[in-house]
Ligand binder design. Structure first.
Ligand code: HEC
Ligand code: HEC
Length: 287
């Protein structure tokens, strides 16, 4: 039912004139400011639909007259970063170690990209801090199998060790038991000889020096300090790749280990390999 609006004294408001069974409706519209805000947002939304990508279509979407695309923006940013990277990469490739280490920009670039690439490709074997594990050398110390100069590290990363690269670093310690060069007793003795080199509480058994000189010195050196040409570790220090307990030593000598490190040429681009070499060289143990 609809009547004329009436004045309601109690609320000091007019009614709308609507009435149901004696119940009347007060005329209290939304505040002006609220309505205008609503209209403004509607107008804004329509403007936005026209200007910007907004509505999904069956196999496409409305592009908007401004042609804005977040994808393009990201692509442009990536391109920019790539260009910047390229400039650094080219400078890095042609620079020698001294130049790199004296150039803050180049050094920072190498360290940052070297660290990231190391995490993705090397940490699985060498550990996240490059501190190594049994069979996987620590790259932080200054104990090197194949050499710790920038060039040597660069070469190791490029060609790998006992890998498939045609120039891979290669040298195999014989498996003295399996190859029947030594019997178990001799192996036990020479293992004790190796222990005695760094552990002064152990005395080398009689005759073990001769076994060492005849079978091992050619690679590990007369004084057992190793030979980087053959990747033969220093046996006179207290850093061990495969463990220093008698069982580990006997096992190494009996069966040999032949650690394999993949080659990264072709898998990582030359600038990345150089950045990695700088990163590792700078970790603390570079020669
Ligand atoms: C599949 C495991 C594996 C991966 C992945 C790997 N390495 Fe190695 N790496 C080895 C092993 C094993 C050796 C030691 C080989 C030996 O016994 O002579 C080694 C040796 C090295 C050496 C020589 C250390 C020395 O004392 O001369 C360097 C340098 C090195 N790795 C760097 C890297 C870098 C950089 C990466 C990543 C791009 C990497 N490695 C990835 C297994 C790996
Ligand atoms: C042909 C060269 C060669 C000869 C000969 C050789 N080695 Fe080795 N040795 C190596 C190489 C290379 C390694 C590096 C480990 C690998 O194979 O991954 C090694 C590793 C070792 C290790 C492991 C060191 C560590 O840090 O864990 C021990 C111990 C060792 N050799 C002892 C001997 C003894 C003892 C003899 C003699 C009975 C001998 N080697 C003869 C090349 C040689």
């Amino acid at each position: 039912m609809s009547n004329e609006p009436e004045y309601d004294e109690i609320t000091d408001t007019y009614t709308t004139g609507h009435e149901w069974d004696g119940v009347k409706e007060l005329d209290t519209p939304m505040p002006r400011w609220w309505l205008w805000t609503l209209y403004a947002t509607i107008i804004w939304a329509v403007g936005y639909w026209i200007a910007m990508p907004a509505w999904p279509l069956v196999s496409d979407y409305t592009k908007g007259v401004l042609g804005y695309s977040q994808r393009d923006v990201v692509a442009a940013q990536l391109n920019e970063a790539k260009e910047a990277r390229k400039i650094y990469a080219e400078r890095l490739l042609s620079a020698d170690l001294e130049t790199i280490e004296n150039n803050q920009d180049l050094l920072e670039f190498s360290m940052a990209s070297g660290k990231a690439v190391f995490g993705d490709n090397c940490a699985g074997c060498h550990g996240s801090g490059a501190s190594g594990a049994k069979g996987y050398p620590n790259l932080n110390d200054d104990d090197w199998l194949w050499g710790g100069s920038l060039d040597e590290i660069h070469e190791t990363i490029t060609v790998g060790i006992r890998g498939v690269h045609e120039d891979t670093r290669l040298s195999d310690m014989p498996a003295f038991l399996t190859d029947e060069f030594l019997d178990e007793g001799q192996i036990k003795d020479v293992a004790a000889y190796v222990t005695a080199l760094s552990d002064k509480s152990v005395t080398a058994p009689a005759g073990s020096l001769e076994i060492y000189q005849e079978n091992c010195a050619a690679c590990h050196g007369e004084d057992a300090t190793g030979n980087k040409e053959f990747g033969a570790p220093n046996l006179a220090d207290s850093i061990w790749l495969f463990g220093d307990d008698q069982q580990s030593l006997i096992s190494t000598i009996s069966y040999s280990r032949k650690g394999v490190m993949p080659s990264w040429a072709g898998r990582l681009d030359p600038a990345t390999i150089k950045a990695l070499a700088v990163y590792i060289h700078t970790l603390g143990g570079g020669e």
